[in-house]
Design a protein around this ligand. Structure first.
Ligand SMILES: C[S@@+](CC[C@H](N)C(=O)[O-])C[C@H]1O[C@@H](n2cnc3c(N)ncnc32)[C@H](O)[C@@H]1O
Length: 419
């Protein structure tokens, strides 16, 4: 493998350092701004940039520390920034978020001050209430390697205390995955997900056949078996309680649901929306944003909600918790449903990592809500969506960043826009 000696001069969204070699950008995994490193080239296939990974640190950044996560240090793909002092990792996250808001979102000097990235707790470790692990031969449980499918059995530092205790031989079949969730009481629930269809049917297929089965495996249903605890985890935020399928979506950071819901209420109140309003809760899941807006004592009075999501388990949980509220639940893709909904005054959208995308942003704009709150767990997709709102007459009035996945490069953004 080719090795290069590089000066790392910047930090890119996604967690790599930025260096240059022969006029070409090199994204350096494991390199920090200010460092001189020796790095092995891992991808040389593009003309404009290459990728490399640090093999030796020649001059270290003062922010480099002994890795906080033993699993990441052993090669697992979990906590990619566990070797960075947590406060500095947050500064890097804020820089990367500001950079994509400028470059991808097109926000210039007239935009609000770029967000700082706030911690959601005092500790960089012990925050994660949900995780997914692989089961290897003999029922041994671990994380997959960063760049391999090898099993790393050293425990990750992210999960809350007790979540990873005593897992080997707990009963997961080799080739399956275990989904672990801690509920609001701290009780652990474990569900086994059957092996993806492509792993089960791979043998004996040619390359094209394997690619086809890999694509369909993404959408193929996987059977679920309870290994410990219950099929559903009880989660609470303030006065509300949800029973959420163990394999369904709930924010990973134990402090995130309370922090995000109070932030959303503050941001909506902060732009002066008052009176009776009709709201859309898009990508609403179990309806945490519906609930916080219905219960808010500041800001508008929400008289009705259209909640849209694709996940039947999440929607069943929403139906139970919001049974006595004016919430209409719609199962399906946001892009297919929004144009049939009653015009909203307020839209909250919280898409998955890929973002809402052009068609959904355009459909929200066409419905002319006075206020939009947009949430994003991928900085680039978040910036792209916000840029599209801004190009069509919406102004970002305020935005916040959260260190919702400590020890990793990921940050969460929440922005409020008005028409
Ligand atoms: C980041 S989660 C947010 C869930 C919820 N707002 C919360 O905070 O608990 C994204 C949600 O989008 C849903 N989803 C993904 N793609 C979707 C689509 N095309 N249309 C509607 N919902 C979708 C997922 O099922 C998931 O519940």
């Amino acid at each position: 493998m080719t090795e290069l000696e590089l000066e790392v001069t910047g930090y890119a969204n996604g967690g790599s350092g930025i260096a240059r070699s022969n006029g070409r950008v090199v994204f350096v995994e494991g390199g920090l701004p200010g460092e001189r490193v020796r790095a092995a080239v891992t991808d040389d296939s593009r003309a404009s940039y290459a990728k490399a990974t640090v093999v030796d640190v020649l001059d270290a950044s003062p922010h480099r520390i002994d890795p906080l996560c033993p699993a990441a240090a052993a090669g697992a793909g979990c906590c990619d920034l566990s070797f960075v002092d947590p406060a500095h990792a947050r500064e890097l996250g804020a820089e990367a978020l500001a950079d994509v808001l400028r470059r991808i979102g097109g926000f210039g000097a007239d935009a609000p001050t770029p967000p700082v990235v706030d911690p959601l707790g005092d500790e960089p470790s012990g925050w994660r209430v949900r995780t997914r692990l692989a089961v290897g031969p003999g029922g041994v449980v671990g994380l997959r390697g960063r760049r391999s499918s090898d099993l790393v059995t050293v425990p990750c530092a992210g999960p809350v205390a007790g979540l990873l205790d005593g897992l080997d031989g707990i009963g997961g079949a080799p080739g399956t995955e275990l989904v672990l969730a801690a509920d609001s009481e701290g009780t652990r629930h474990i569900a086994e997900l059957s092996a993806p269809a492509d792993r089960r049917g791979r043998r004996g297929k040619d390359r094209r056949g394997r690619a086809q089965s890999s694509r369909s495996a993404h959408t193929a249903p996987r059977s679920v078996r309870t290994v410990q605890g219950h099929t559903h985890a009880v989660q609470t935020i303030g006065p509300r309680t949800w029973t959420v399928p163990v394999t369904g979506f709930w924010q990973a950071h134990r402090q995130a649901p309370a922090a995000y819901t109070s932030t959303v209420v503050d941001l909506v109140a902060g732009v002066g929306l008052t009176g009776d309003v009709h709201m859309w809760d898009l990508y609403g899941g179990v309806g945490v944003f519906s609930a916080c807006m219905l219960d808010a004592t500041d800001g508008p009075t929400v008289t009705g909600v259209d909640l849209v999501d694709t996940d039947p388990g999440a929607l069943a949980a929403a139906e139970r918790t919001l049974a006595d509220d004016q919430v209409e639940i719609h199962r399906g893709a946001v892009a297919d449903i929004v144009s049939s909904l009653r015009a909203p005054d307020l839209v909250i959208s919280d898409p998955p990592r890929s973002g809402a995308g052009a068609a959904v942003v355009d459909a929200i704009v066409a419905a002319r809500p006075a206020v939009v709150v947009h949430v994003g767990c991928d900085a680039a997709a978040f910036a792209r969506d916000l840029g599209r709102f801004a190009a069509q007459g919406y102004t970002v009035r305020d935005w916040r960043g959260f260190d919702a996945f400590p020890m990793t490069n990921h940050v969460e953004g929440i922005a409020v826009l008005t028409r």
